[in-house]
Design a protein around this ligand. Sequence first.
Ligand code: AG3
Length: 393
Amino acid sequence: MADTWFDETLYPFYRQGIRVDGVLYRGQTKFQSVEIISNERLGRVLCLDGVVQTTEGDEFYYHESMTHPAMFAHGRVESVLIVGGADGGILREVLRHPVKEVVIVDIDGELIDICRAHLPLHHAGAFEDPRTVNLPGDGAAYVAETDKRFDVILVDSTDPQGPGIVLFQAPFFRNCLRVLKKGGLMVTQNGVSYYQPDELREAHHHRLQVFKKAGAYLSPIPAYVGGHMAFGWASQSLDLPNVPGATIRRRLTASGIETRHYNPEVHAAFFALPNNIRPLIAEGHEEGRTGLKQLWAGLADQPGPKRAAPKAVTPKKAPKAKKAPKAKAASPKPAKAAKVAKPAKRLLKRPAKRKAAAIKASKPKAAAAKGKARKVIKAARKAPKKAARRAKR
Ligand code: AG3
């Protein structure tokens, strides 16, 4: 009989195939299509809406890369919030540290149950750990409302599409800041930078609207086609790339945690950003294809404390923005960052509103189709200046 293949259709111009040696689950939850297939080389493979999320074979690259840099850089983590992460891989890695409590909030409760049944190597019983608080629900709403505070927040989401898009935007980051304890930090997945540069670019500049420090690091994830995967980080005080290597080494050794990918040398290597990726998080490169400035324009017009365009915090070695004159000319000089503004409540309270805002934010494409692109870009350019003026008052 001929082989059956799973076709990952994430990109219109490139696709990867995984031979289907068995099907463990196929179905549709309220939020997404779910497939768990098995493959001779990769083991069980979880796909959501046709996109490979994780495989038993290589999952340790992703889960270790997202978890351990933040945990070891902080050094005294007691409480962790995981947004997303239904397969339990991040939860499992976090619980290897001496934490007191881990809250996990994934929007898709059905998916958690499916993964608990079919991906035992991922969660390894982590959902039964007494330190785990499993609260299926909307992570964006959770950070807007909870009274709990966390040392580390890890956002293990899908790529930004559908309801998940809010997890890449400033209102969500503002609430993450709200629930982070002093000295805390957050890490989020930001896509494969070669194919999805806007995912890192835009999320990073949204983080800079909120946090004093933000940046990105890279790790190769074999199951994700296209090279490095970017992890975005943000904090008010912790400068993740500059935590001394000796400190990381000491903490890792003392922890006794055995890892398959992560080690002190790999930790240091994560922060070596290739020249084609550095500009994505450099000043003057905020604008991508999915309407970041359009969203800022919308937020700036809302009542409440006013915001300004971000003042970028670039990694020390990042090239100066002048290396890309075209992009610089196209964007206004960012004004000094305003004090952290309150969340745009109207965007946060109700999912329906957030969805509407997300749709609004992705409008430029549609507008361009109708020949309105110029107007949109012009309005978006003006907005940061307008906001800066208001902030001075
Ligand atoms: N979540 C991130 C999947 C990203 C897929 N994107 C891509 N291939 N470009 C993974 C969940 C693992 N716990």
